[in-house]
Write a protein that binds this ligand. Structure first.
Ligand code: COI
Length: 388
């Protein structure tokens, strides 16, 4: 268990006793004044020079662990993001009339940082997240940072929180960049102000199953995305509508929901939190990104790695009926990684797939993880090291 309550108790006690300060310095970056938030203030008195934060590193799950710093940058409608800064992690202030709260004007990203044995900090393809965030922001009528601004902000945030990056082999630091319409807007329209924000949390496995195979349920009542909608980008509005199906599936003992296309209710789309792949012999197929499916960065990387391993990879239409012939099924995503699927239940029939040692998904998983963690040579230029 993560020692969250103990840490909070300590933070809140520290807050009450802490003198107010207007700025502090870390990793060469000057931090903003943080007098407005109890948590921000509380963080100032924790020991940030420790190599590792005081966490139960052996039992990380995928839950929010507040860390020391976050990154914030604002701009007005019609302008560009210019200057961002780190500030102590804590609550932010939003008008009740903000665009994001009222009309869901927001988009997010997810990526991870890893710590090597020698203390080096690695990012995986951060430019791809920057590009995807730009696409998402554009779809949601929001400005976005440039690729360089985005990657620089990511590096600053990870470096400032480096004691929260799990020891090698224990997990990763999940990085959550967000853009939201933070300005007030009463009638439907684009907000007058935007906030780009990055926060982080140390994480382990996404699913409670850990690395055990997932059991998916094919959802037929609810759709994840529709043609012309936002399914192909990481709009915040894509996720809450799936909670009903997800909760129902979990209550029935399934790990997650597999969605079908909303037009024919026949073709595989994606799982609530990840993309899906189907393996038959030497052939690997995955639904094509045609506007309703998220262009996952792990998806794209696994396609490249699989081709390097000699598999024939095809992006196209996969009907739910074809699953019956599959040898293996697996999911990919930043949070999820590469997760084997043990079974898929469709219209009361449970189809089972090969999992475990000697599977294609395991081979691809090991290669991807080894690249991300700097354990094998990165021949593709995917890894970005953070200068310390
Ligand atoms: C990610 O994989 O980073 C995501 O954004 C999925 C989310 C449901 C955790």
């Amino acid at each position: 268990m993560i020692q969250r309550s103990t840490r909070f108790g300590h933070l809140l006690r520290s807050f009450r006793d802490a003198p107010s300060s207007s700025s502090s310095k870390i990793g060469g970056y000057l931090l903003a004044s943080t007098a407005s938030s109890p948590l921000k203030q509380a963080c100032v008195s924790t020991n940030r020079d420790d190599e590792f934060a005081n966490l139960d590193w052996d039992n990380l799950g995928f839950g929010m662990v507040p860390t020391d710093y976050m990154y914030i940058m604002k701009c007005s409608k019609g302008e560009s993001f210019e200057h961002g800064q780190l500030s102590n992690f804590g609550n932010i202030e939003l008008s009740p009339a903000s665009g994001v709260l009222n009309y869901g004007q927001g988009a997010y990203e997810g990526t991870k940082a890893y710590k090597k044995e020698d203390g080096r900090l690695l990012l995986f393809r951060p430019d791809q997240n920057a590009i995807r965030l730009k696409n998402s922001a554009e779809r949601m009528c929001m400005p976005s940072p440039s690729i360089d601004q985005f990657v620089d902000a990511l590096k600053q945030t990870v470096l400032a929180n480096k004691r929260w990056v799990p020891p090698p082999g224990k997990g990763s630091l999940y990085i959550r960049p967000l853009i939201m319409g933070s300005g007030e807007i009463l009638g439907l329209g684009a907000a007058p102000e935007y906030t780009f924000l990055i926060y982080v949390s140390p994480v382990g496995n996404y699913f409670k199953e850990g690395l055990a195979p997932l059991n998916l349920y094919v959802e037929e009542e609810f759709d994840r995305a529709s043609r012309g909608g936002t399914g192909g980008v990481k709009s915040i509005t894509n996720y809450a509508p799936g909670l009903k199906a997800l909760t129902r599936a979990k209550n029935r003992g399934f790990s997650d929901v597999l969605y079908l296309d909303s037009t024919n209710k026949k073709n595989l789309e994606e799982v609530s939190s990840c993309n899906i792949f189907v393996v038959k012999g030497n052939a690997i197929s995955t639904p094509a990104t045609n506007g309703t499916i998220l262009a996952g960065i792990t998806r794209k990387s696994i396609i490249d790695i699989a081709r390097d391993h000699g598999y024939q990879v095809e992006e196209g239409t996969i009907t739910v009926d074809e699953l019956i012939h599959a040898d293996e099924v697996f999911c990919t995503g930043t949070a999820v990684g590469v997760a084997p699927v043990g079974s898929i239940t469709y219209q009361g029939t449970r189809m089972e797939f090969k999992t475990g040692a000697q599977t294609v998904s395991q081979q691809l998983y090991f290669t991807l993880e080894a690249i991300k963690k700097g354990l094998i040579e990165d021949k593709k230029g995917w890894i970005v090291e953070i200068d310390q």
